[in-house]
Ligand binder design. Structure first.
Ligand code: CU
Length: 667
């Protein structure tokens, strides 16, 4: 396992980074390390390392918070030189929340005599069953008297018993406002009470009542084992993954979680760049219910909480099936001390049914199975889970899929009380509508850094002498010359091609990859909404900007308690040209979550994805050379065009055909 400058920071490096600030600026007790991340090497530095072995200076960027006077500082340190390179005060901002603050706020509130008394008057006396879930504020909903503080507001949840689902027991009309620097309870908002309904909010088997379990008619499943008797077909060297002509590096930071770097495809001996860096740079989850329990509930899961901090360990056989290779991740707490997240990233192969096929009446059938490489990680953000899968295919496709699962936020209501902004999911219990917007940041390098984004859409030609039946379709490709945004348009099947205008394929046309949109949703916000003002990036589907390492956070670096989006809407006002340059394509997609009873008490994964597909990047189907599967996997009667026929019909080979239960056997 060899070092690479794109490797994420290790435990010793986190410790060294925080030690430099302790030594040089006295950062210690009374401070928090909001974030420590690698300053990633530039493309030129990576190239110099790979060609000449020149190791760039290893640097870290650190954001620290002085709890005493609520001031924020940004530091850059050299880990190579063990020195402080820069240190500056950043006025009027609030860094991301830390896990320590979230946990300390829970402990402080539960131990507070006023909270204990107020809960007791609601009949809640066992504080071990109580969980105070502290959320962040947007500036517009912070009470004037608390302006300037580092502020949190808490939901209160009560479990029915130890080990039960806290999110099944909302204490509605009861919220605490807390200064998270001092952990001082500022206010208890005790506005209304609802008699607790009888509900079934449990998903752990031993807590599900017998009357419900007894109704199950579901027969048990027989084992479905994924067997790769000779091991996986990919190779892993440190964080470098190579598979079926693909090569990529896995990175990691507190905010984006897993990042992918230096994605290339070996096309007949020519290693061709496709993406320099792929990540999720923001996630915005506005709850669309203005009631007193929910009006503050807008989460920036990346900017306020950090997918890296929320990354959870994966378990073999549960989260991933088959021949899995894991990579551990290292994060830090708010004291700047490192900790390891074992099995944070999962790398494995999946069978995905048929890649290509044709049955010729003379020559018989040619069929190829599709195999894909999956690189994934999971995050748990309080009640919700996001499962992120980047998939690489033998035909050059890249698919990015997100699964949302976990527990919905619910509210109890009185019998017959209207709930216009949510769906009834249990007895006198509704789940507010909300949306999950994800912003993918894609620094694509199609055959190199100089690229142009084209809007590509279909138009019908009017009926004319040349087009008497009105059949003619034309594809319009329009280059985007200046940075800015574009919106989805299903009527024209609009997509966006990232083109290298100076790299031609064998047919003489410029090579490209196309962003094929799906899961694009409208923001459904009045532009005057203060919630929208903080997250204007979600107002459009696609943004194109020049690649600037300083422009990473589309709603601004400091979104906690923000009032306006200081990210992408401000950058694009520069109106920089984006023709034939190193550019970044931003894609806004997500889930418009109109809640369902079926999402309760635990939500079956809701899936969204988008694709990056080669369009004229190759001269022909690049998967033409995929070899036929061993014929023992196919039923007799199929002609493999000269391949040896296998009549072995061991039922064990069902097991090799994937989780989706696609079986090629005709019986
Ligand atoms: Cu949702």
């Amino acid at each position: 396992m060899s070092f690479h400058p794109l490797d994420p920071l290790g435990a010793d490096e986190f410790s060294a980074a925080s030690a430099i600030l302790a030594r040089e600026r006295g950062v210690g007790l009374g401070w928090r390390f909001a974030s420590i991340e690698l300053v990633e090497p530039t493309k030129a530095e990576v190239a110099a390392f790979e060609s000449e072995g020149t190791v760039p200076e290893r640097r870290a960027r650190i954001v620290v918070l002085n709890r005493g006077d609520n001031t924020t500082f940004i530091a850059t340190v050299s880990l190579t030189e063990n020195s402080l390179l820069a240190y500056s005060h950043e006025p009027n901002v609030q860094p991301n929340f830390t896990v320590d603050e979230w946990e300390e706020a829970d402990a402080a509130l539960r131990a507070h005599p006023d909270v204990i008394e107020a809960l007791a008057s609601r009949g809640i006396t066992d504080l071990d069953l109580v969980f105070m879930d502290t959320w962040t504020y947007g500036a517009a909903v912070i009470p004037e008297k608390y302006a300037g503080r580092r502020l949190g507001w808490s939901d209160t949840w009560v479990k029915a018993q130890a080990g039960a689902n806290p999110y099944a027991g909302p204490v509605n009309g009861f919220h605490c406002v807390i200064d998270v620097n001092t952990m001082e309870l500022l206010e208890i908002e005790d506005s209304f009470t609802v008699e607790r309904p009888e509900i079934m909010g449990e998903y752990v088997p031993h807590l599900i009542p017998e009357r419900i379990k007894a109704k199950s008619t579901r027969p048990p499943l027989k084992p479905l084992d994924i067997v790769q008797s000779e091991g996986p077909s990919f190779e892993l060297d440190g964080n470098l993954v190579t598979w079926q002509n693909w090569s990529l590096r896995v990175g990691f930071n507190y905010r984006e979680g897993m990042t992918l770097h230096s994605v290339t495809y070996n096309d007949g001996g020519r290693v061709r760049p496709i993406a320099n860096r792929l990540s999720f740079s923001e996630m915005v989850v506005p709850y669309r219910d203005p009631s007193v329990d929910h009006y503050r509930r807008t989460a920036f899961d990346i900017g306020e909480w950090g997918l890296g901090f929320m990354t959870t360990s994966l378990e073999l056989g549960c989260d991933c099936l088959g021949e899995i290779r894991y990579i551990d991740a290292v994060m830090h707490n708010s004291a700047g001390e490192p900790y390891t997240i074992p099995n944070a990233f999962c790398i494995h192969e999946e069978d995905n049914a048929v890649l290509w096929k044709h049955v010729d009446h003379d020559a018989g059938a040619e069929v190829r199975r599709m195999r894909r490489l999956v690189v994934s990680f999971h995050v748990t953000v309080a009640n919700y889970e996001y499962l992120v899968y980047w998939r690489f295919y033998q035909d050059g496709n890249i698919e990015c899929e997100v699964r949302a699962t976990g527990i919905m936020v619910v509210t109890h209501i009185e019998e017959g009380q209207p709930h216009p902004n949510g769906t009834l999911v249990d007895n006198r219990t509704y789940a507010p509508f909300h949306q999950h917007f994800i912003v993918a940041r894609m620094d694509l390098d199609i055959d190199g850094s100089s690229n142009t984004v084209y809007r590509s859409q279909t138009r019908i030609e009017p009926i004319s002498e040349a087009n008497p039946h009105g059949l003619a379709l034309v594809q319009e490709n329009t280059p985007i010359e200046t940075e800015g945004f574009d919106d989805f348009d299903w009527d024209s099947q609009r997509a966006w091609k990232v083109v290298n205008e100076s790299s031609l394929n064998g047919l003489g046309t410029p090579v490209s990859y196309k962003l094929v949109p799906s899961g694009a949703i409208p923001s459904f916000f009045d532009p005057a909404s203060p919630i929208f003002q903080r997250a204007q990036v979600i107002g459009h589907t696609v943004w194109v900007t020049p690649n600037d390492a300083a422009e990473r956070w589309p709603s601004g670096e400091f979104v906690n308690q923000s009032s306006v989006d200081h990210g992408i809407p401000e950058w694009v006002q520069q109106q920089r040209p984006v023709r034939d340059i190193d550019l970044v394509l931003w894609y806004v997609f997500g889930i418009h979550h109109i809640t369902r009873p079926e999402d309760w008490p635990v939500m079956p994964s809701d899936t969204v994805s988008f694709w990056l597909k080669p369009v004229g990047f190759f001269d022909r189907n690049p998967a033409l050379d995929v070899e036929p599967s061993p014929s023992a996997h196919c039923a007799p009667g199929h002609n493999h065009g000269g391949e040896a026929e296998g009549l072995s019909h061991d039922h064990g080979d069902h097991t090799e055909h994937n989780q989706h239960n696609h079986s090629p056997h005709p019986h």
